[in-house]
Ligand binder design. Sequence first.
Ligand code: HEM
Length: 155
Amino acid sequence: MLKHIRMAVAATLLALVPVGLVLAQTAPADPAPAHPELRGVLDQFGGEAGLVALMDDFMAIMLANPELAPFFEFSDQAMVKRHLVEQFCVILGGGCTYTGRDMVESHRGLAITRGNFNALVEDLQTAMNRRGIPFRAQNQLLAKLAPMHREIVER
Ligand code: HEM
């Protein structure tokens, strides 16, 4: 009798394994969730052309930052900038398409810390300030980017 109960418990636990695996592998978040209500913010960034100019400044600032340069020095900077333009454009309700990878995949194995993440946000703020983007518009974009730290920061 006891043996049968043990076998039943074991079978139940085994049956739960696939459920656990499915739960553990939660799908990555949408890397470029569209916010049509932020279309006016995109205008304050100077539209898509403004984002292209912003990303040139942003990348140059990061490459001059000893904390961040090692991450980007040997990456395909043109591709990263292009994908960032697309990503920000979609988030800000523009008629663009994001063609890059999701945030988990594009940052996997880079061992990015919370400190690195904050440093990158500071450099983005510097770039936005230099381009005269209004403070409120900056924060509306940053509010959409901030939750992505969950998929980008590894340690
Ligand atoms: C909210 C913050 C961030 C956003 C929205 C973001 C967005 C992106 C995007 C769109 C790409 C291009 C993906 C692709 O080409 O498929 C990318 C690549 C990359 N990101 Fe980030 N990123 C963020 C934070 C960071 C941080 C904190 C670091 C490091 C300190 C970092 C380092 C990199 C590197 C090195 C690549 C290129 C990877 C490669 O060449 O394979 N990112 N990121």
